[in-house]
Design a protein around this ligand. Structure first.
Ligand code: SAH
Length: 402
């Protein structure tokens, strides 16, 4: 696989026709700690490391450099040394689809992570609105959770994404949206109004369960939020979980991102069937973890997502129970009309039902926006993502299911 194909057309390949180059590990997505280790290994003295990491960081994440040659404040010898061992390859864009409503979906392929890995594929979705742009990124290839209403759940987990692969999704998205110095935005889709950067928010609501990949997600949040580089404020990064209770407190303490909970039901019995993880971490424990979430406040509310399934979880009594359950938690409730996918047994609630539900929640003092489905025509909406990546052997799979 040749990742140079994804370099900006205007930038020269590092060394054309050198196949070995294509398999060099990419620095794109590396954390400061990783860069420091790498520089060390290539002879940079301890006292210089901080400065050199800062320089590299600026080129990688502020400038979006696609060639070491561009990094003019880094000495020629060090640039050549780095270029001999690393690439600046991005994930490969296998396909790009643009919805009628401007939503974009990219199918991305990553470099093989090892001998058994043929190069994982994941989907990544960009949702432009007039005053913001949200990038929905994936944390795993596939998912182990098997939530009964989610398309991704029908794909067996292949593996966790590395920190670099998670960060790489924002880099390639910024590049495709023309949001690095010297690039131009595409003309075939909507972007937020002038003066607003194309990507203002990042949500971990693509494929996978982020809290089953805790360390990599935490480190990726750190890299995305770094003010000298990608600069997405932590208040604009939301990690969504189906409820991996033991990791929720750690997320607040170690990553400091916003939290979203995929709730979807107010009784354990029903939630056990919709979100089977509930059998392990029932509602009471989940809500206790939310009450204790570090940093939650009225200014930093926890989002509760609730997918509207016709005749399953959409009654007024359930809306009232939802309000009761969330008492005392700084919360906003996001009602998501169910997005159908081929083979599903569920239907989306009728519009009047959704409105009635929303009104009960709103009258109880909660913001309860109904999330307008975006990108349904290209299967880019919540829960519709799925890639055809081949599965790893069972042993390799178990290693990440932990
Ligand atoms: N595993 C994490 C991250 C995925 S987020 C989590 O569960 O939170 C994706 C969001 O879309 C979740 O809230 C999920 O419950 C919701 N979702 C899944 N399938 C859906 C569908 N078909 N229609 C609408 N929302 C769906």
């Amino acid at each position: 696989m040749n990742f140079h194909e994804q370099s900006r057309p205007s930038s020269p390949p590092l060394r054309p026709n050198d196949d070995a180059k294509a398999t060099l590990p990419s620095l794109v997505g590396a954390t400061r700690t990783e860069l420091a280790e790498i520089l060390h290994r290539h002879g940079v003295a301890e006292r210089e490391t901080r400065m050199r990491v800062g320089q590299l960081w600026h080129w990688l994440y502020f400038q979006g450099a696609t060639s070491f040659d561009a990094m003019l404040n880094i000495g020629k010898a060090l640039r050549a040394e780095l270029a001999g061992h690393y690439s600046l390859a991005r994930p490969q864009v296998v396909t790009e689809q643009v919805s009628q409503d401007g939503t974009r979906k990219w199918l991305l392929r990553f470099a093989p992570a090892g001998r058994e890995d043929k190069g994982a594929e994941i989907e990544c979705v960009y949702i432009p609105e007039s005053d913001r742009g949200t990038l929905c990124i994936s944390s795993q290839v596939g998912c182990t959770l098997t939530c009964s209403f989610c398309h991704t759940g029908t794909q067996r987990l292949v593996r966790n994404l590395s920190t670099r692969e998670i960060v790489g999704q924002l880099i390639i998205a910024r590049e495709k949206l023309g949001d690095f110095p010297g690039l131009v935005p595409p003309e075939d889709g909507l972007l937020p109004a002038n003066g607003t950067r194309p990507i203002t928010n990042v949500v971990f609501m693509g494929m996978g369960e982020p809290l089953f990949n805790f360390e990599n997600v935490r480190d990726a949040v750190g890299a995305l939020a770094d003010g000298d580089g990608l600069s997405i404020s932590k208040r604009r990064i939301t990690v969504s979980t189906a409820g991996v209770v033991p990791q929720i407190g750690r997320l607040g303490a170690e990553a400091g991102s916003m939290l979203a909970i995929s709730l979807h039901a107010v009784r354990d019995e029903l939630r056990n069937t919709l979100v089977p993880l509930n059998k392990k971490y029932p509602l009471k424990e989940l809500l206790a973890a939310c009450r204790a979430y570090p940093g939650a406040s009225n200014a930093r509310r926890i989002t509760f997502e609730y997918v509207m399934l016709k005749g399953v979880n959409d009654s007024p009594a359930e809306a009232r129970e939802l309000v009761r359950l969330l008492k005392g938690i700084p919360a906003k409730i996001n009602l998501i009309p169910f997005n159908p996918w081929p083979g599903t047994i569920y239907e989306c609630s009728d519009w009047e039902k959704i409105e009635a539900f929303s009104e009960i929640v709103f009258n109880a003092g909660y913001a309860s926006p109904v999330r307008t489905p975006r990108g349904r025509d290209i299967l880019a909406a919540c829960g519709q993502l799925k890639s055809e990546t081949e599965k790893l052997r069972a042993r390799a799979r178990l290693a990440v299911e932990g």
